[in-house]
Design a binder for this molecule. Structure first.
Ligand SMILES: Nc1ncnc2c1ncn2[C@@H]1O[C@H](COP(=O)(O)OP(=O)(O)OP(=O)(O)O)[C@@H](O)[C@H]1O
Ligand SMILES: [Mg+2]
Length: 324
């Protein structure tokens, strides 16, 4: 059973189409990242799953129940974006308030609250008023709140928003530990470098359309480009490779190394045969990768937040590992 599943999910706010038919599937135990520019529809998708806003068309389910189902909702921890906790609470009293809302027994609350605040690194300030917390401390408190009732699924909308680099790393490590414990995490983020470090799978939304989906490895692979190097002193048979239809270029910053680009539909194998036939010795062969940020920017380039300016024909999802 998928933890989250949407099929052709659509949402319009009046004339604004926030989601234009989005299908995703999140399996148990994954850390799944939903990426996209401001206004891409990330928060809308989460709000539909939790029953905070109503879908216009399509299907959405959470832990096997229709989106918004109260039973499923109880098994989910949620960190909203732009949460504003009442500042007259202390960290502890806020957690106690949420614990009661979740129906937790008093003893469980007493035991779990300090443990969760410790986990996010603010236990030392748990009896201070939230008014006195920094932005990052409030964010950590929000994450602790989302974990309190030991949910099966944790949904975090911009979990590291406002958190300093050290704190971000701590939150990443925390997410890793939660995954190890068997939790499923679903997060929204613009922080691509971080998403790359923590997520198993990502989906990229652009103006309400799913444009890419896959593992980080899938999305960052540069299909058809290899970095090739032979043993010291051996010359790469560039001319012969070019005759076979491959593009070959020396890598300027790596002496002796070449970038080999495959013609459409070809594999690297003919180049390997060529090397072997000429009695040369292969020392280095790596399929080239780009960062998730490069992959993301290549996808959303030129898009203004909230406005779809792409030509109509390019609005469908592009297959991962295509010709781009
Ligand atoms: N309550 C609302 N009424 C009208 N339009 C809305 C409403 N909520 C969101 N929208 C619009 O829906 C689109 C998607 O918004 P959403 O908040 O889902 O984006 P997002 O990807 O979470 O963006 P961000 O990265 O800025 O948080 C935007 O064009 C936004 O203006
Ligand atoms: Mg948002």
């Amino acid at each position: 059973m998928a933890v989250i599943e949407t099929r052709e999910l659509r949402k319009s706010y009046g004339r604004i189409e926030a989601l234009k038919g989005v299908s995703i599937r999140v399996e148990p135990g994954q850390i799944y990242g939903l990426l996209g520019q401001n206004g891409a529809g990330k928060t809308t998708l989460i709000k539909i799953l939790l029953g905070i806003v109503r879908k216009t068309e399509g299907d959405a389910s959470l832990l096997g129940h229709a989106a918004g189902d109260p039973y499923a909702r109880k098994r989910v921890g949620y960190l909203p974006e732009d949460h504003a906790f009442p500042v007259y609470h202390t960290g502890y009293s806020l957690m106690d308030f949420y614990g009661q809302l979740y129906g937790m027994a008093r003893d469980d609350r007493r035991r779990m609250i300090p443990e969760m605040l410790e986990l996010v690194g603010i236990a030392g300030r748990m009896h201070s008023k939230i008014r006195t917390y920094s932005k990052g401390m409030k964010q950590r408190l929000g994450i602790a709140q989302s974990l309190l009732h030991a949910p099966d699924l944790i949904i975090l909308d911009e979990p590291t928003d406002g958190v300093d680099p050290l704190g971000r790393r701590e939150i990443r490590e925390l997410m890793g530990r939660l995954k190890e414990k068997g939790h499923t995490l679903f997060l929204n983020s613009h922080l691509l470098g971080e998403v790359e470090l923590v997520c198993d799978r990502v989906a990229i939304l652009q103006q309400g359309t799913l444009v890419r989906e896959g593992t980080i490895a899938d999305l960052t692979r540069q299909a058809g480009r290899y970095d090739v190097g032979l043993a010291d002193g051996q010359a790469f048979p560039a001319d012969a490779a070019v005759k076979l239809g491959f593009a070959v270029a020396p890598l300027p910053d790596r002496p002796g190394r070449f970038e080999v680009t495959l013609p459409a539909g070809q594999t690297i194998d003919p180049v390997l045969r060529l090397v072997a036939e000429q009695g040369l010795s292969l020392r280095h062969l790596v399929e080239k990768k780009q960062s998730l940020e490069d992959a993301f920017l290549a996808t959303v380039e030129g898009a203004e937040p909230g406005v779809d300016r792409r030509p109509k024909g390019r609005r469908g999802a592009r297959p991962v590992g295509g010709d781009d």
